[in-house]
Design a protein around this ligand. Structure first.
Ligand code: GLY
Length: 327
């Protein structure tokens, strides 16, 4: 009986002209909806996403793969010394170390990540190498650094004079107490849909400013900061990583989209889940972004002020998300 149903579906798929492997598992998508896709498409967190999207667009607009686009896109932010929450120029932990977390995921469900990585400018490229050259998903600390150095990455001091001076100043008044969310902005999360109809995503950060030494946030955790399922879509996160990890936010959003929620509604549901599961979210920001198989995109945050950079064949702009609370 099951075999007959499968054969009927296969015949129908072929009649409708479905050729993409992932469409075969998405029978609710009709041909008309597929025609409406605005492809390629890339979105990324915060204003720094505009420059990152531009680099991703170089590849996407020429038919490049989403995986290459998201890697090259977020590398722009990692290498920007004026950005205080990603890569070089990132704010250090309370002991003066810049420690980086990053992860990447492709349309096949392959993924790689690095955590607590020091002295390497582009952790996202190391994460991709973990995915492609090792049997593992995550490398951390000294092991991740050794792997990077052995694979041609250069050692670089990521604590620049400006962030060193700010840290010295912070030490004088802080009593060594780590703040929870000093910036209200952090992390670049980027998700993309390429011309071939494949999703990929990347996420990279220097984490919370003046965090405890050894603290790792959501950004290297697949399912928390980032999740891609080519049958459904992709989601990514920014903000206080501890809250995102507790609800495995990005995976939750992809599963909600699988159940039929639009990207914005799925992101809103995840924010509601965070608020329901925490006694207080006072002063703590989290924002989510998502894209679904129809090419729809959206986001949601706890507080106002979260936005995302959008690039499509028609649009190149910042989009404000809806939110639960006002600062
Ligand atoms: N979302 C970045 C972090 O919490 O480290």
């Amino acid at each position: 009986m099951r075999r007959r149903k499968f054969l009927e579906w296969a015949a129908l798929s072929s009649f409708l002209g479905f050729s993409n492997k992932s469409w075969a598992t998405s029978p609710s998508l009709g041909q008309e909806e597929c025609k409406k896709w605005e492809k390629p498409l890339v979105i990324s967190t915060w204003n720094h996403g505009m420059d990152a999207n531009a680099a991703a667009w170089e590849l996407l607009s020429k038919g490049g793969k989403a995986l290459d686009a998201v890697e090259k896109g977020v590398m722009v932010t990692e290498s920007d010394p004026t950005n205080r929450s990603v890569g070089i120029g990132g704010t250090p932990d309370r002991d003066g170390h810049v420690t980086l977390d990053a992860c990447i995921m492709n349309e096949e469900g392959d993924c790689g990540s690095v955590a607590f990585l020091e002295d390497i400018e582009n952790p996202i490229a190391v994460a991709r190498m973990v995915m492609e050259k090792t049997p593992h998903v995550m490398l951390a600390g000294k092991g991740a650094q050794l792997f990077a150095l052995q694979n041609g990455f250069e050692r670089k001091d990521l604590l620049i004079p400006e962030t060193k001076a700010a840290w010295e100043k912070w030490k004088k008044t802080s009593n060594y107490e780590t703040p929870v969310n000093i910036e209200n902005h952090d992390t670049i999360g980027m998700i993309a849909l390429d011309q071939a109809g494949d999703f990929s995503g990347a996420c990279t950060t220097s984490g919370l400013a003046y965090k405890m030494h050894g603290r790792v946030g959501d950004s290297p955790i697949i399912g928390a900061s980032l999740f891609v399922d080519n049958e459904v879509g992709a989601a990514c996160a920014t903000g206080v990583g501890e809250m995102v990890i507790r609800i495995v936010g990005s995976h939750l959003i992809v599963e909600l989209m699988r159940q039929g929620y639009s990207p914005e509604k799925a992101c809103k549901k995840a924010i509601e889940r965070i608020m329901a599961k925490h006694k207080s979210v006072e002063g703590q920001q989290v924002g989510f972004l998502a894209i679904d198989r129809k090419g729809r995109h959206g986001g949601y945050s706890i507080y106002n002020g979260f936005n995302y950079a959008l690039r499509t064949p028609e649009r190149n702009e910042m989009v404000e998300t809806k939110y639960m609370k006002k600062w």
